[in-house]
Design a protein around this ligand. Structure first.
Ligand code: DC
Length: 229
């Protein structure tokens, strides 16, 4: 069977990574969560205090330190799932906090951050056989990907999913704050100058507001099989 690139883009918290991970596992492809890479840069800024007095990111200071930001993935021996590493340390939990979520969209809008991460992502796809999810995979990272999916769901449904996920992990979170964060990130991600979130003209659209995980996995598998036949 020929190897392809699967690009999955869409709004935040709409289940892109759940479906991307499931497909990669089923067909033996590498899965790359590009949101995790942007989150790792935001975590780096937080940990090194690269912030302005108003709490926003100090872009000039981050640009100077950017060569130190080393992002990689390693497989968790127990779950077999990839874990994000920042400078060699596993930061999978630390990049999912609301603090990082609040900082990540402005960080992801910085051109020097996007250029560095886009180059790294393109290298990861050199051999194909990859499922990558993010905001600009089908439009900027792999405009020639053989299968492009654009996923969406209502903001309330997405906020509820993130709320449930964080509660399951034992975090004390507030639904209204999460909904606000989802809406703010949608706005910043879609309005930034460089590679904003938008649907590639040749992407297949999936609104999964009222779909189960099993239904969306089956939908994706059907399209994957059609493209690799
Ligand atoms: O998918 P996520 O919520 O983990 O993504 C975190 C942030 O990173 C999100 O606000 C948008 C940004 N992002 C991006 O700009 N481009 C990507 N390819 C992936 C994520």
């Amino acid at each position: 069977m020929k190897k392809i690139i699967v690009a999955i883009d869409g709004h935040s918290s709409c289940g892109k990574s759940t479906m991307a991970k499931a497909l990669a596992r089923k067909v033996g492809y590498i899965y790359v969560d590009t949101g995790a890479m942007y989150r790792a840069v935001a975590l780096f800024a937080l940990r090194h205090g690269l912030l302005l007095p108003d709490g926003s990111v100090d872009a000039a200071a981050l640009e100077v330190r950017m060569p130190e930001v080393e992002i990689s993935f390693r497989l968790d021996p127990e779950t077999g799932l990839p874990q994000t590493c920042l400078c060699g340390e596993v930061v999978e939990q630390d990049i999912r906090t609301l603090e990082v979520s609040s900082l990540v969209s402005p960080v992801a809008a910085l051109p020097f951050v996007r250029q560095a991460l886009t180059r790294q992502q393109q290298r990861m796809g050199d051999e194909k056989g990859i499922v990558m999810d993010g905001r600009d995979i089908g439009t900027a990272v792999f405009p020639n990907a053989e299968l492009k999916i654009f996923v969406t769901a209502s903001a309330e449904v997405r906020a509820q999913r993130r709320y449930d996920e964080l509660r399951r992990k034992g975090q004390d979170v507030d639904f209204a704050a999460i909904l606000r964060n989802v809406e703010e990130r949608d706005y910043i991600d879609s309005h930034r100058e460089l590679n904003p979130l938008r649907q590639a003209p040749d992407a297949l659209v999936l609104d999964n507001s009222h779909m189960s995980i099993a239904e969306q996995d089956a939908w994706l598998m059907q399209h994957f099989e059609a493209r690799t036949r």
